[in-house]
Design a protein around this ligand. Sequence first.
Ligand SMILES: C[S@@+](CC[C@H](N)C(=O)[O-])C[C@H]1O[C@@H](n2cnc3c(N)ncnc32)[C@H](O)[C@@H]1O
Length: 215
Amino acid sequence: MSRFMAAIYDRFMRDMEALSGAAWRAALLADLRGDVLEVGAGTGRNLDHYPADLASLVLSEPDPHMRARLTKRAHELGSSARITDWPADALGAPDASFDAVVCTLVLCSVPDVARALAEMRRVLRPGGKLVFIEHVLSSRPSRAAWQRRLEPAWRLVAGNCHLCRETDARIGEAGFEIADITRESARKALPIVREVVRGVAIRGGEPGAARGPSS
Ligand SMILES: C[S@@+](CC[C@H](N)C(=O)[O-])C[C@H]1O[C@@H](n2cnc3c(N)ncnc32)[C@H](O)[C@@H]1O
């Protein structure tokens, strides 16, 4: 992500966060317990919503411009979170070391979704939670057609953000059991990134064996 995109990220997200995003983040993160890893933590939009009594919190963010903002925000909030530069597909943590992995608006940008999900699964303890919010390919054909048209240019300006991923299906294929999922529109988001899935998936059996509800 460019320095410019990192600088405008919070402003770009402001209306969507006020109308949808902050409430979704709060609801998904409130019940977390134990050791938590957030992947692609960006500027730290989730920091306000973590329970104060987590055993540990690790925030990974490979982009140096985003990480600088994350570090500043964590400092301002007095957070004791450890901040790392791990990319989603090469997490520098031992197997089964977290009770939850948080991934919000990140799987659109990773080079290989299956590999990133395999890493998240690897670092989760059995029964651990993957908490996600991701924009996806629209279920409205006319909007999906626009997403397909605009994706190549959008990826160039928006840090490799893909518009046409069916991320909920990929989560099921990666060996997670989807425990809770909601698909809805992010109010005030651009139409091409408006359809969002959010929920919780549990680290299940072998990849490919588990399937969540289709949506
Ligand atoms: C749209 S921002 C979302 C930031 C934050 N998670 C949020 O909810 O506001 C996408 C983030 O994913 C990060 N990202 C991109 N590729 C990544 C990768 N391969 N591994 C981990 N994070 C990545 C970007 O640096 C950026 O911070």
